[in-house]
Design a protein around this ligand. Structure first.
Ligand SMILES: C[S@@+](CC[C@H](N)C(=O)[O-])C[C@H]1O[C@@H](n2cnc3c(N)ncnc32)[C@H](O)[C@@H]1O
Ligand code: SF4
Length: 339
């Protein structure tokens, strides 16, 4: 089941927690080392620990109060295959076997989401969902079962006019197309293997088809890395409904220079709100856990309800609420678990 990180946090002589910087890396890739020139005193470290505990206890307490018996969002990885090698994404080094979710398993997941009135179903996780030939059929099934909002994140390279029509006819509610870089050169440097012209043309065509059909599909563009937000928007002629500019994170263990640098812990809302099912049916800790290292259950053997309320999930929430994320392999260095 889940694997806790081995940690040498308890001083054997004093029985106290180590004051070493290990739990609070200044950069995700520099675990256990202070930044160059940085003086780390016990006092600094103690203050960080105190702030982390307060931050986690207060926010985690609120998250606990808002916790539902069924996740608010269920993210289903219908495939973990991908046709790109984006430099900000560790997909190219993923060791998990590439697979496509079994239809029966998928339908069972949707049936349960519908039973518990789960409003948000995401048909993507770690891979490119449009490589899944059944994707439109899966959208249709979820909509027919009454799921309120079905969303897909896509790299946009396979979003032809036919695919756009198919997805809208199936009832897709929202699509977020990833688009990094302000120029063609920058895009193709970051989103390695994808063509700027193809993706930009697909997005514009999608908007045109949506408008012609008068279909209520929300079309958003997600950008995590660009040298110029204005230019990025201009390159798509500002045609989409929304541009979402996010920050680059470190995928817990991926070397990325410009990820968050804070040392104060925060509890991660994902363990209270989002359930992630990998293509083989394993329930992973979150979308960041791209290798499925922290498995909290198996949807082939238990219901989402059972897994969401099981001992492992409760333990994850407790560790986040008590600022002990360093005990969880994935959360230990994940930039999402620091302010
Ligand atoms: C992992 S992808 C999966 C869906 C699809 N293949 C795509 O590219 O949209 C989901 C989102 O994560 C983003 N992403 C990849 N690496 C990231 C990183 N290091 N930090 C933040 N977002 C990242 C992608 O750009 C994309 O918007
Ligand atoms: S960001 Fe998306 S398209 Fe790019 S490599 Fe990762 S999964 Fe594939």
């Amino acid at each position: 089941m889940h694997h806790l990180a081995d940690s040498a946090r308890i001083n054997k002589k004093t029985g106290r927690k180590s004051k070493y910087l290990r739990c609070f890396p200044s950069k995700p890739t520099l675990v256990g080392k202070p930044e160059k020139g940085q003086v780390v005193t016990n006092e600094t470290e103690q203050n960080r620990t105190k702030l982390s505990k307060v931050s986690c206890s207060v926010i985690g307490g609120v998250f606990n109060l808002a916790l539902n018996q069924f996740p608010n969002t269920v993210r289903i990885e219908t495939t973990n295959a991908c046709n790109a090698k984006c430099v900000i994404c560790p997909h190219r080094k993923m060791q998990r076997p590439v697979g496509y979710m079994d239809d029966a398993l998928y339908n069972r997941i949707i049936d349960e989401c519908a039973e518990y009135n789960c409003d948000d179903v995401h048909l993507h996780n770690f891979g490119e969902p449009l490589l899944d030939k059944h994707i439109a059929q899966r959208v249709r099934y979820a909509k027919r079962k009454g799921v309120k909002r079905v969303t897909i994140f896509s790299n946009g390279s396979l979003l032809t006019a036919d695919k756009a029509n198919e997805l809208m006819d199936a009832g897709l509610d929202e699509i977020k197309i990833s688009f990094d870089g302000a120029t063609e050169e920058e895009f193709e440097r970051i989103r390695l293997g994808l063509k700027f012209d193809t993706v930009a043309a697909n997005i514009k065509e999608l908007v045109k088809i949506r408008d012609l059909k008068k279909f209520p599909l929300k079309i958003k563009v997600a950008c995590h890395s660009t040298s110029d937000k204005g230019k990025t928007m201009q390159s798509l002629e500002n045609c989409v409904d929304e541009f979402c500019f996010g920050k680059v994170h470190n995928w817990a263990d991926f070397e990325i220079n410009h990820a968050a640098k804070s040392k104060i812990r925060k509890p991660c809302s994902r363990v209270w709100r989002t359930f992630t099912v990998l293509s083989n049916g394993k329930a992973a800790l979150c979308c960041i856990d791209y290798e499925g290292k922290v498995v909290l259950g198996d949807v082939n053997k238990a219901s989402i309800f059972e897994i969401w309320n099981n001992k492992s999930y409760k333990e994850m929430r407790l560790l986040h609420r008590t600022a002990q994320q360093d005990q969880i392999t994935i959360c230990k260095n994940c930039t999402k678990s620091f302010w």
